[in-house]
Design a protein around this ligand. Structure first.
Ligand SMILES: [Zn+2]
Length: 350
């Protein structure tokens, strides 16, 4: 099974059909939630377009590749390792001197334009993956639009995004859209079992993953990951009891971290949001729907310690902060504002 992608059979089937019939689009938009497999699928498509495995020689003619990523030929291997000269991922560059950068600049798009004007160096197709595509600045999108309007031959663009609405409609309309969806928990569990995880751990990770197969596989591969999650959730629970000074210091520390690693902070805020949403779920008597199923005693404790309205407000504040952080805001100010909005700490038990 050369595509070897867990779930999202429809998206894979659409790509296979396109490859078999020679109807591959000039540009694709892979849309779907974080860690649903979009970047993995983009690399698979790049492999399928350039794979030399399964070539058949008949007389003097060699029919190359079976339009499937074999995963084993030289082309496939180098694409997977990020070492193929014709397959390039364009992403946010965080340079030392420009640590505040949070977009893909028009200069980066110009560089791509220069590269795609040349024929592929050694593969059949040049593949440009833009990930995350919603990070393209407005100016960069306008420049890129011109390339999409007159696509160079033998180039396939793959735009990867979890925020389609941040892309110009004119860009979206020029891409063939494939949507990747979160997996059902049962499919995540099967995948983890197939990778040799024990029943109990597979069950737990499948539940915690909320359909994010990439997240589940990362957790399964990294023994320290569950401990980091536990730490993040302990932090989520301790927020209401922080002093004002501690809140300001935490906001500063998180903002500094955000400049180095945006994803990490967004993940942390996502875990916090998941915790406090679970508190609401337990408050409404629907325990079995809680995401952090392994921590029910702690959830029950918090559910009875906090009034509902401030928890609702805090969950909403977390959700909007995560949205704001993907746009242009001052992370420190926004984090300070968030940390002033935690529910109030319960009175100490007497
Ligand atoms: Zn191959």
């Amino acid at each position: 099974m050369p595509w070897d992608l867990i779930g999202n059979e429809q998206a894979v089937a659409a790509l296979r059909r396109a490859l078999e019939t020679g109807a591959v689009a000039h540009a694709y938009l892979f849309a779907g939630p974080v860690q649903a497999g979009k970047a993995t699928l983009a690399l698979k498509l790049a492999q399928a377009l350039n794979c030399r495995g399964g070539s058949v020689t008949a007389g003097a003619v060699t029919y190359e590749g079976a339009h499937e990523p074999c995963g084993e030929c030289d082309q496939c291997r180098r694409i997977a390792a990020g070492l193929h000269p014709d397959v390039q991922t364009v992403t946010i560059q965080t340079a030392e001197d420009d640590a505040q950068r949070r977009d893909i600049s028009v200069d980066q798009v110009r560089e791509v334009e220069r590269a795609v004007a040349l024929n592929p160096f050694e593969g059949r197709s040049r593949v440009i993956i833009i990930d995350p595509a919603h990070a393209l600045s407005r100016e960069a999108q306008n420049a890129f639009l011109k390339t999409l309007e007159e696509p160079p031959p033998r180039v396939v663009f793959i735009l990867v995004t979890d925020s389609e609405s941040a892309l110009l409609p004119t860009i979206r309309s020029r891409c063939r859209r494939l949507e990747l969806r979160p997996l059902p928990a049962a499919a995540v569990r099967e995948a983890l079992l197939a990778r040799g995880l024990g029943q109990e751990q597979a069950e737990l990770l499948a539940r915690l993953a909320r359909g994010r197969i990439g997240w589940a596989l990362e957790m399964a591969a990294d023994p320290a990951a569950l401990e980091r999650r536990a730490e993040t959730l302990r932090a989520a629970r301790s927020l209401p009891s922080l002093s004002m000074a501690e809140r300001m210091a935490l906001a500063e520390r998180l903002a500094a971290g955000f400049r180095r690693d945006r994803r990490a902070l967004l993940d942390t805020l996502g875990e916090w949001q998941g915790w406090w949403r679970d508190v609401l779920i337990v408050q409404s008597g629907a325990e079995e729907a809680a995401g952090n199923a392994d921590l029910l005693p702690e959830l029950r404790e918090d559910a009875s310690a906090y009034a509902r309205p401030p928890v609702v407000a805090f969950v909403q504040a977390l959700a909007s902060l995560r949205r704001y952080l993907t746009e242009n805001v001052q992370p420190r100010l926004a984090l300070e504002a968030l940390l002033l909005e935690t529910p109030s700490a319960p009175a100490p038990a007497r």
